[in-house]
Design a protein around this ligand. Structure first.
Ligand code: ZN
Length: 255
């Protein structure tokens, strides 16, 4: 394991532009139950309202029974406010001192931004922002009323997150494509099962282009056999080591 981390750090030390794709596993190291069902808040897959969590957190439910969607959104928000960025978030943010870093995250908890990463594509949106779909007014994300209402028109507001059954935000996708066109020297995929094409594609492109790829995840995924380095470890343990090793190698080379 240590030898592999050393090799990864060696490649990272030479990289100018690095993409980190992160998922629920990174947030889990902060103690956050995962949003999409695996473990945590909705273990049995069904809410006390008799709906699956997917149905309760769907765009359709928000439209017809917003009080139900908001009941669960409020629980998720509460959990997100309880937690802080962990060593993995901080290591990714600190890497900006060594090279260009782009973060593509599925997480809606805002922890990468909170840790100080400056280029974060939140592909599923963020709970840190809300707006009124009726009059487009930005809404106060710290309002704890359930369901929260628009200060201007009184309609129920929504968080700027992608609910089940909704499209990905165009601006986030455009941001991803723009970054992709500039290319990357190295791609990390961390704590995600990578089942969505927009998560797996950047990894597959890098594999095909023979760009170094690293997967960090305690459990194997369909990407594990394809990446150059598969690290079966928690992100909060592996990433700080890799980033620190890369920094040491770089300063040795510079000396
Ligand atoms: Zn409004």
């Amino acid at each position: 394991m240590e030898a592999m981390l050393g090799k990864i750090a060696g490649e990272l030390g030479k990289a100018g532009r690095v993409l980190f794709i992160t998922g629920a596993g990174v947030s889990a190291d902060s103690g956050l139950p995962t949003y999409r069902g695996v473990g945590g808040l909705y273990n049995d897959g069904e809410t006390e309202d008799g709906l699956s969590i997917e149905d309760a957190l769907s765009g359709e439910c928000l439209a017809i029974r917003p009080e139900i969607t908001w009941k669960y959104l409020a629980q998720i928000e509460h959990n997100c406010h309880e937690v802080e960025p962990n060593a993995a978030h901080r290591a990714i943010a600190a890497l900006e001192q060594q090279c260009d870093v782009v973060v593509l995250t599925q997480n809606i908890d805002g922890l990468h931004v909170k840790a100080g990463s400056s280029r974060v594509i939140e592909i599923h949106g963020t709970l840190e922002e809300r707006y009124c779909a009726h009059c487009e007014m930005e809404a106060d994300a710290s309002d704890r009323t359930v369901p929260p209402r628009c200060a201007r028109c009184g309609e129920i507001v929504r968080p700027r997150v992608v609910l089940f059954g909704e499209m990905l935000p165009g601006a986030a996708l455009d941001g991803l494509y723009r970054e992709q066109r500039q290319g990357f020297d190295m791609v990390f995929v961390v704590g995600t099962t990578a089942v969505f094409p927009y998560i797996a594609d950047p990894v597959m492109r890098a594999v095909r282009a023979d760009i170094p790829t690293v997967e960090i995840n305690p459990a194997r995924t369909h990407l594990s056999d394809m990446v150059r380095y598969y690290v079966p470890e928690r992100a909060a343990l592996a990433l700080p080591k890799i980033v620190e090793l890369a920094r040491e190698l770089k300063s040795k080379r510079g000396a």
